[in-house]
Design a protein. Structure first.
Length: 346
């Protein structure tokens, strides 16, 4: 899974007794053992490195994420493993994966880091200004079309806030929000849970994308039935947009040929321009990304749409920065296109 990060470094300091006791109290005893846990003297930066390696599946990518040299990161992981008394990772030829001890520790490490971040934000709130760190996530079919303008405006309004940006598919984004690694995120369809709340921002129309010389290219409106005999180009199934398009087609009992699955909408558009097939894409992509050789066509009613949601964890401390970003995101998406604005007000 490809994940894009932009991040600033955090301070490094020993874990407090209260935080350590929080770690000691759970299922860690199942594998690591109570005796080992009680004697741990982990430091925050070691937990940050551990979580980064677990997320990235790579020491080199984790080192780049936390902005330290790889030898330093590896050394701290070895120290943490020495403290635990067991290896936390299996070092495979092309990746690293959590051992049983690592899987036991990872949830607690994430909780500890999230609690520390919440504590810092709570203290920052006392200063009365919108400041501190804010981790923002977005799925790949929203991020490149919404985040640049949104982040630019947010930083102008709140220059004291330090942002971390994470781009990931829906499963990764929701997991990170629930784990406390992200404060807010922009996504489409997802299921709510006690640790995941969604704020609807509106519904976005989907468009048909066909080659410029295609017989359908001159039609003012198309239907899903018009596309039933076409070869389709879709994103990989891990992308929620692909799942949404497949659901739309299945609802019409359409089973078109899937010519190929790609990982980026830009690649899909280029394939359409090369007359390899047709696709269904979000309206914001057509508005923000040049698609030479392609024609985007609106659908006749009922217009297929996708949800736009802002996600957060209601059990975590909600900082002024997070609340400000939620307001800015709602305004940005509503102003992007009149159809999104209409749907947001319904």
């Amino acid at each position: 899974m490809h994940t894009t990060h932009t991040q600033t470094a955090n301070a490094q300091r020993p874990i407090s007794n209260e935080v350590t006791s929080e770690f000691q109290s759970g299922k860690a005893e199942a594998t690591v053992g109570l005796a080992a846990i009680e004697n741990l003297s982990m430091e925050i930066h070691q937990l940050r490195y551990f979580v980064a390696v677990a997320n990235e599946g790579s020491f080199s990518r984790a080192a780049a994420k936390v902005r330290v040299a790889q030898p330093s990161l590896s050394q701290q992981i070895r120290k943490l493993e020495a403290e635990v008394g067991q290896p936390l990772f299996d070092r495979l030829p092309r990746s690293v994966v959590l051992t049983e001890a690592g899987r036991c520790l990872i949830d607690y490490a994430r909780q500890i880091l999230a609690s520390i971040a919440d504590a810092r934000r709570c203290v920052d709130e006392l200063k009365g200004e919108v400041a501190g760190g804010l981790a923002v996530g977005a799925i790949p079919t929203i991020a490149p079309y919404v985040l640049p303008e949104l982040i630019g405006k947010f930083q102008k309004h709140y220059p004291a806030v330090t942002l971390e940006i994470v781009e990931d598919v829906t499963d990764g984004i929701t997991r990170r929000v629930e784990a406390g690694e992200l404060d807010v995120a922009l996504a489409s369809t997802c299921q709510q849970s006690p640790t995941l709340r969604r704020e609807p921002l509106g519904n976005e129309p989907l468009l048909a994308l066909v080659p410029k010389g295609h017989p359908l290219a001159k039609k003012p409106l198309v239907t899903l039935d018009d596309l039933k005999s076409q070869r389709f180009l879709l994103l990989h199934e891990m992308h929620c947009l692909s799942q949404q398009v497949n659901h739309l087609l299945a609802a019409r009992r359409l089973r078109p040929e899937i010519a190929l699955a790609g990982s980026q909408l830009g690649t899909i558009a280029n394939m359409v321009a090369a007359e390899i097939g047709v696709s269904i894409v979000p309206q914001m992509m057509v508005k923000h990304q040049a698609t030479p050789g392609c024609v985007s066509l609106p659908f006749a009613p009922p217009v297929p749409e996708r949800e736009l949601n802002l996600l957060y964890n209601p059990l975590r401390f909600q900082s002024k920065a997070a609340a400000a970003f939620r307001r800015e995101a709602a305004t940005a998406l509503s102003s992007q296109d009149s159809s999104i604005a209409r749907n947001a007000k319904q």
